[in-house]
Design a protein around this ligand. Structure first.
Ligand code: AMP
Length: 297
């Protein structure tokens, strides 16, 4: 696996690959799979690499803690960083290229106190003003900005993203459609620990006591999915909170049943579209998010 730190080196490498592939396969063009990450990698990230390898002849993973998507400086400062381990894990998973740029490489040197990329803002009407969007103002704008830049730099044919960040996946699908990026967005199922906790880079920040309580998020999601077949979503969420998240160590930001496309709150799963249960909870100073997809009937 090659480790690349500059845009120019990455573009040079990918151009050479595209040319060689075309020379070898004639009319067929190379499938370049892209797995964007913020590092501190775990098996969930590696499942995205595996999904990309199944379809693509070249897989590039980026490891970049994107400053523009953090509205909370402390969260950014505390974000875990394990670059050597990330390189080993990506190489072991069969990734072809790890792109590990600095913030200056992506955003240019910032003069004065300007926040990188603050001159461009994205809005995703209806999608970014609720759930993560209302709890983390500017978050999805920063995600859309960095991904737009990375899509232009790499020109991937496929991007692999986790269903774990369900709203992010919906925003990226809208970004790709609205800006005519010529690439397929592939959503990959959430990898969980044996006790049900969704794998996340933030889990390492949980104390042992908090880690032991964290599976309650998944239990609450399952309760809502089960209860919503019989009672209204509002009642289902209330009951799930009382049953699983009553411990004062939990601060529930939201727990809701939503439509799978526009993420608007609904009271019952839509028989033809299904539904998604979304949750965000503060536990031990760490904000955890998760979701459960309810398939259509
Ligand atoms: P992050 O490094 O947290 O920005 O995540 C990078 C990508 O990995 C995103 O597309 C996430 O949705 C995805 N991801 C994170 N956790 C998981 C998980 N437990 N299972 C599958 N994909 C995940």
């Amino acid at each position: 696996m090659q480790v690349v730190r500059t845009k120019a080196d990455l573009q040079h490498l990918l151009d050479a690959h595209r040319k060689a592939y075309f020379a070898q396969h004639g009319h067929l063009s190379s499938h370049i799979g892209f797995v964007p990450t913020m590092g501190a990698l775990h098996a969930g990230h590696l499942s995205l690499v595996s999904a990309a390898k199944a379809t693509c002849d070249m897989v590039v993973a980026s490891v970049f803690v994107n400053p523009t998507q953090f509205n909370d400086v402390t969260d950014f400062d505390k974000y875990p960083s394990t670059p050597e381990q990330d390189i080993n894990l990506l190489a072991g998973a069969g990734c072809d290229v790890a792109f590990m740029p600095s913030a200056d490489e992506i955003y240019g040197k910032q003069g004065g106190s300007g926040k990188p990329g603050a001159l461009i803002e994205f809005r995703f009407a209806g999608l970014d003003d609720r759930w993560e969007g209302s709890s983390r103002p500017g978050h999805f704008s920063g995600v859309a900005l960095v991904l737009s830049k990375l899509f232009h730099i790499l020109r991937p044919t496929h991007v692999y993203m986790g269903q774990k960040d369900y709203q992010q996946l919906a925003v990226v699908r809208q970004l790709v459609t609205l800006l005519d990026f010529d690439l397929a967005v592939v959503g990959v199922p959430t990898m969980r620990e044996p006790d049900g906790l969704a794998m996340s880079s933030r889990n390492v920040r949980l104390s042992a006591k908090a880690r032991a309580k964290a599976p309650a998020l998944y239990q609450a999601l399952q309760s809502v999915a089960e209860l919503a077949t019989r009672v209204s979503a509002d009642q289902a969420c209330q009951e799930a909170i009382t049953k699983h998240l009553a411990d004062p160590d939990f601060q529930v930001d939201y727990l809701a049943l939503v439509h799978p496309q526009d993420l608007a709150p609904i009271q019952q799963p839509d028989p033809s579209a299904g539904a998604v249960v979304l949750i965000a909870v503060w536990l031990d100073g760490v904000r955890l998010i998760d979701n459960l997809i309810i398939a259509p009937k």
